[in-house]
Design a protein around this ligand. Structure first.
Ligand SMILES: *Cc1c(COP(=O)(O)O)cnc(C)c1O
Length: 395
């Protein structure tokens, strides 16, 4: 560790279940309890200097939040222009949905066309800093292309294992970005087994969602951006298309950090998970009042980012939904596709099916009284529709 660093940065890691403290200056995966590790910072020391006002004039990418990111070495901060995406006011969508105000957080503008860039930017940068030689991950598609991009930018080899029916534009992208691409007849969970073998046999460093501590640090920057872009305010509700849950868990962590930093008070938005009707483990667990989700059998949806049949962070997602007063709903592929077209025509944003899912959830949330007509709602469009061209709804 560079003790001369002007900034202390991350101080340690902490098990998200047991609170066990873990040293952060070496490559690590899950905690001893087999749960995700959270990066911790000396936020008290940053209070007063790392303020929302101090952000103005900073670089227009996620490295504007360097003080609350884990990478110390400036040379290890890989950048392809990720983050600081537009928050678009969408009055016609608001009118169509019947809520006071709708904002679209337009994550399709990230490098590699999805918000996976945020998480992989930080995870690859930190792995580079800590001496990883070869990176690997299972992916439903977008994480694979983001890992390939940041691996290429870092000069590190990346092994990506995806289901063979991943959207073709994403497969082409992963190949063009120089990664070793393996396709499996199966789901992301099956791909995970192939990666684990490579980890054991070849010493690859595993970048799976929440199985290393830093993808969540990249995704949390969406929470910081929302507060900045809404001039210190938080919306009433956030509707988030959820697979592994990194963004949901990450934003919640960001809100807690920002409260300690003095950027916001104790107020929080209601957090809503949206999943595909053909793969909805978190929705099922939520409706059954469980704290973990188990495995969803026979997962099916054309929203590849939502085709995640089991998630290591399930208990963390459910905790966020509960603490925020939010909830979870499932929508059909057909509804996603309809809302992709409505969003497109109303706003000029060509959304991924996952973005369509966020919009499609709002009428259900209104009907159930989980969102009010007077609410200000942020919908996440998590990727570009261009990555799914040729894919059709599966229900
Ligand atoms: C991965 C992905 C999701 C799900 O994100 P999580 O933070 O892992 O829940 C949603 N949309 C798209 C386009 C994705 O690639």
């Amino acid at each position: 560790m560079n003790m001369q660093s002007p900034m202390r940065g991350a101080t340690h890691l902490e098990c998200s279940l047991t609170g066990q403290r873990v040293e952060s200056e070496r490559l690590v995966g899950l905690s001893a309890a087999g749960k995700p590790l959270f990066a911790r910072y000396d936020l008290e020391a940053l209070r007063g200097s790392f303020t929302r006002e101090a952000m103005s004039g900073r670089r227009a990418d996620l490295w504007r939040y360097a003080e609350v990111l884990p990478v110390r070495d400036l040379a290890a901060r890989i950048c392809l222009g990720e983050g600081w995406t537009p928050l678009l006011d969408a009055p016609r969508t608001a009118a169509r949905l019947g809520v006071r105000r709708v904002w679209i957080k337009e994550e399709g503008q990230n490098p590699t066309g999805s918000f996976k860039a945020r998480g992989l930017c930080i995870a690859v940068s930190r792995a580079l800093e800590l001496g990883a030689r070869e990176l690997a991950l299972p992916s439903a598609g977008n994480a694979g292309s983001a890992a390939a991009a940041y691996g290429a930018a870092a000069g590190l080899p990346v092994h990506v294992v995806v289901p063979s029916d991943t959207p073709v534009p994403i497969l082409e992208e992963i190949r063009a970005l120089g990664a070793d691409l393996q396709m499996i007849d199966g789901l992301i969970t099956d791909c995970g087994r192939v990666v684990r073998r490579g980890v054991e046999e070849h010493g690859w460093f595993d970048l799976s969602t929440l199985k290393e501590p830093y993808r969540i640090e990249g995704k949390k920057t969406m929470g910081y951006e929302l507060v900045e872009q809404l001039d210190g305010r938080l919306p009433d509700a956030i509707v988030y298309p959820t697979g592994g849950g990194t963004g949901l868990i990450g934003m919640w962590k960001a809100f807690e950090e920002m409260q300690t930093l003095g950027w916001i008070g104790p107020e929080r938005p209601k957090m809503f998970t949206v999943q595909a009707a053909g793969c909805a483990p978190i929705v099922r667990a939520w409706e059954e009042g469980r704290t973990d989700a188990g495995v969803w059998e026979g997962a099916r949806t054309y929203a590849s980012g939502l085709r995640v049949p089991s998630a290591v962070g399930d208990f963390l997602m459910i905790r966020v939904l509960r603490e925020s007063g939010g909830g979870a709903v499932a929508v059909s592929d057909d509804a996603m596709a309809e809302w992709v077209d409505r969003l497109g025509a109303d706003t000029g944003v060509f959304a991924a099916p996952e973005g369509g899912a966020a919009a499609a959830a709002v009428p259900i949330l209104l009907e159930r009284g989980m969102i009010a007509a007077d609410d200000e709602v942020v919908l996440f469009n998590t990727g570009s529709g261009l990555k799914y061209v040729g894919m059709v709804p599966q229900d």
